[in-house]
Design a protein. Sequence first.
Length: 192
Amino acid sequence: RTFKKPHNPVSTERGQGHLAGDAGVIPAVLGGDSEVLDLGRRKRIFTRAQRLALLERDGGCAKCHAPPEHCEAHHIDWWDNGGTTDLANGVMLCTRCHHDIHRHGWNIRVQAGRVEFIPPPTIDPTRQPQPGGLAALEVLPDEADDVGDTGDAGSHDDHDPPGNPGENSAHNATDRDNPARQRARHPKRHAA
């Protein structure tokens, strides 16, 4: 009996992965052109498709909003500690924020597709989560209700982490140069 060789051979490993995904044994999240976006532990480096999906969610650096060309994908739960190369475990960060996360002990979490940064106790003893990514630039309904309230225009709001004011001077300079970022980070200060 003669078998014809298939035009697009599939490796055993890849075939098992597709079968497992089809059977619901492992989840598969697909992007455009059926690109796998959740790779688990199969691959350490985020793919181009994953980075594009993360940029769509985060809009550049999820912490300081630096433009996409200054960003790289970061494992929230580190690869060396068992973290996966999945969208839920990835975040786009510029080099400075990436190093600050490690150096200062910030935590990051993604819930319902929204990034949150949890400051270390040395910056905020209550460790109040701060919105990251595009969510940090949104004006929430309860903040929109406070637009006419200018009573605390000179005080810090919930988005300003306590601590050394010089620590984020590069980011603050970026905010000073961008009125839209100022309004998004400090809606009460910029009320009409």
